[in-house]
Design a protein around this ligand. Structure first.
Ligand SMILES: *Cc1c(COP(=O)(O)O)cnc(C)c1O
Length: 453
């Protein structure tokens, strides 16, 4: 817990404590950059209110881990694209009303994405969607041999990653029962120990690719990416990361950490809108490597002669050489709107606030729901060490989780549920306030009394 939380002159459980932190928060102004849904639209039929006008209040949105909120600039930027389309038609590729020609639109997001993941611009690109990028990377980096043919993921990896790896193995003629290796926490534990991951990497000599998630979607655990990457390399493996829950959430240094490849979606903490364009990192050391096969498309061709329409593929340097199709203008520009806010706020500042925001959430929960914790009605699955988590806390309710969830929603608190027992709560430093966290905990306290009376 950081000093600022401890030094406050207000009692932890008071609203003044939260308001005071919001007043001192230099990033609080960025909340205005986002559209916060009103309770009227999200509380459902069974909204619990004191008075009708409560429905005109903003909801308490703690669900950026699932879908980030809409940046106001993205709406403007998308409108500008529609204007350009209307005014110029195909000409918009070269001659754009707002000087963002579609032929090179993806270049606008390269640098801000590189800044977010600790990479050089040549190492990143925006393309496709997350699961399809994972497949693309496996085409390139999974080179099974007689003696090395396994891919390591978490036993509780996001289902799409399971399906991706299983189907990918099958496409290479490898039975997933043999090729898919998973790792689970120790019995009675919720999160993985780095030591256990490294031991498995060292002892199983048949792993070709280690492909874990940077932040585990279910538990919120942040893995020790640098250490695990190094251990994978020492054991002769390729190491790639699924950063869906890590990007825009924690500090990443993919270049320095020597990560081989990484993929992420952009609609969670990056606020690009549902189904937004995904991101890809490939380490600089592969930037001119043409020895590996790849899935190719015309957008991966060197842009100098892309429009010469030659049948011979000449890849762009670095990650851009893996692009397939011309990118969606709307999802790319919507992502740009959000990245501009990230650039203005600074990821280091955001992470600093995030550690406080989640630390406050944890502390307030443990204080206000002390009895419920003691009687195991509620548990936190996420590590308590801020260095081992991002902004999310995964709360386990062994009984009646869905009732807790619906009662929260009826009170204008938007979190998300993972059946059978987990509610994930993610205060994001870009648009959440300390008061949001306060509201959540106070509402949860009431809801617990109703559900478990
Ligand atoms: C959100 C998420 C996905 C979703 O994949 P899409 O291809 O973007 O639909 C996949 N993997 C992980 C780990 C995720 O968190």
């Amino acid at each position: 817990m950081t000093d600022t939380l401890e030094k406050s002159k207000f009692p932890l459980s008071s609203i003044e404590f939260a308001e005071n932190l919001d007043n001192q928060d230099k990033l609080s102004k960025f909340r205005q950059e986002f559209v916060i849904p009103l309770r009227r639209y999200v509380s459902g039929e069974n909204a619990v209110t004191e008075k009708e006008s409560d429905l005109d209040d903003e909801c308490t949105y703690l669900c950026g881990n699932s879908l980030g909120l809409m940046p106001k600039r993205s709406r403007e930027l998308i409108n500008e694209e529609l204007t350009t389309w209307g005014q110029k038609g195909v000409e918009g590729h070269w001659n754009h009303t707002y000087n963002r020609p579609w032929a090179t639109i993806d270049e606008l997001v390269k640098e801000p994405l590189a800044n977010l993941v600790g990479a050089k611009p040549v190492e990143v690109t925006a393309m496709n969607t997350l699961t399809s990028n994972l497949h693309s990377m496996l085409v390139t980096f999974f080179r099974p041999t007689e003696t090395r043919f396994k891919i390591l993921i978490e036993k509780k990896a996001f289902p799409s990653d399971h399906y991706c790896v299983s189907s990918h193995l099958e496409s290479r003629g490898i039975d997933p029962k043999i090729g898919l290796l998973t790792i689970a926490p120790r019995k009675g534990e919720h999160t993985l120990r780095t030591k256990d991951i490294i031991e498995l990497i060292n002892s199983d000599k048949e792993i070709a690719v280690v492909m874990l998630s940077g932040v585990q979607y279910y538990t919120g655990q942040l893995f020790e990416i640098e250490k695990i990457t190094k251990a994978g390399h020492d054991a002769g493996c390729i190491v790639g990361w699924d950063l869906a829950h890590a990007v825009g959430n924690v500090r990443l240094h993919l270049h320095d950490w020597q990560v081989d490849f990484a993929c992420w979606c952009s609609y969670k903490y990056l606020n690009s809108g549902a189904g937004g364009i995904a991101g890809l990192f490939i380490h600089e050391k592969y930037k001119n490597d043409q020895s590996r096969p790849r899935l190719a498309g015309w957008w991966g061709n060197d842009k100098e002669n892309r429009f010469e329409m030659e049948p011979q593929f000449r890849p762009s340097e670095g990650a851009s050489g893996y692009q397939l199709s011309n990118p969606s203008i709307f999802t790319t520009i919507s992502l740009l709107g959000s990245l501009q806010v990230f650039e203005a706020a600074g990821i280091d500042n955001l992470r600093q606030k995030s550690i406080m925001l989640t630390g406050y959430l944890e502390k307030l929960l443990e204080t206000e729901l002390k009895q419920e914790f003691e009687s195991d009605m509620i548990r936190i699955l996420t590590p308590s060490d801020p260095q081992q988590r991002g902004c999310q806390l995964s709360l386990e309710f062994p009984e009646n989780m869905m009732q807790v969830f619906s009662q929260l929603q009826a009170r204008g608190v938007i979190v998300d549920e993972r059946k059978p027992t987990v509610i994930r709560v993610s205060p994001t430093p870009l648009y959440n306030s300390f008061k949001d966290v306060y509201n959540f905990v106070m509402q949860l306290k009431q809801v617990m009394n109703i559900v478990y009376k």
